[in-house]
Design a protein around this ligand. Sequence first.
Ligand code: CP3
Length: 345
Amino acid sequence: MSDLFLRAARGENTAVAPVWCMRQAGRYLPEYRALRAQHDFWTLCRTPELAAEVTLQPLRRFEMDAAILFADIMTPLPALGVDIDFRPGPVVAEPIRTLAQVEGLTTPDAKDIAPFTMEAIQRIRAATDTPLIGFGGAPFTLACYLVEGKGSKDYGAWRTMMRAEPETAERLLERLADLTIAYLLEQVASGAQAVQLFDSWAGLLSETQYRRFALPANTRILKALEACGVPRIYIAVDAWHLMPALAELPVEVLSVDWRVPLDRVRATQPAGRCLQGNLDPTALFAPRNVLLEEVDAVLRAGKDGAHIFNLGHGILPGADPEALGAVVRRVRETDRHALKAKGEA
Ligand code: CP3
């Protein structure tokens, strides 16, 4: 078993970068599509045997240094009394638009939030030594879906609520933070060895808005996990402008998208913080030599500190699994300590 992922996540500048891939269990894999043809998405998430099987699928194909639990950021939300469907993205039957709806949300016992997920975690731990990453959605991003009712480019209804009824927005964020704390603590108690908080839409916020509507809830969640001792990973997409605020988050690992090279990101973050990323997911569609050059460029930009190799966002459904295999091999065979920055002799 490799502890490379956990060592790098704790800040060690390892000679080889550990590698895993966001959405490594998913539609680009024919074996996922085969299972998915027999079961709807909620059934895959809510049946421990199936969720464990899907989690393990990418590990059979690739030498990954971490597994990520198969679930969704929306998994804990039905426990609030909200009805959610996937078509294929999340669709909320009755979007949350009023204070009365927020106050009407259920407060579930921790054990009742997603017992099937906790059983899946136990099964995965029994089946593999590869470190398992648990995860949840950050309150701001969960609220994007809950208030809007579905995926959107700009989340106008939610961002209007933040301005027109900021107290309602803050109350909703608090409820989501409480739920997420209970859910993630259960995941760690069940065996998750690291935790990633996905804030996919935080890049929509200005730094001022982030400090009011995202930083407090994210900080509260991450602090609540501190005593567990598992590495905490946070990702916001398209968030270069937020780096000063993200530097204040209590995390071991900051996951970053492909838009800014890792050396420039590193300069904005506290010393010793591990960076995760940041190959452009569309690079997997490029000719193989171009893809590998981009992998090398990411490794070079990441070489001056702890680095977990990953994509800058989830792998796209049309990606060729062989391209991901080539990326994993390239990362594994690269000695980071022998790397020279581009331009050096
Ligand atoms: O392999 C893994 O990374 C673990 C599983 C995982 C899924 N969703 C499975 C899934 C994870 C970590 C997520 C997180 C997630 N879900 C995020 C945050 C990460 C990100 O991409 O920004 C978000 C925003 C969601 C919400 C969501 N769920 C969307 C937008 C969609 C549809 C489109 C898409 O990107 O796949 C889903 C459905 C979903 N979640 C699928 C999978 C494998 C596809 C469902 C299917 O099989 O039809």
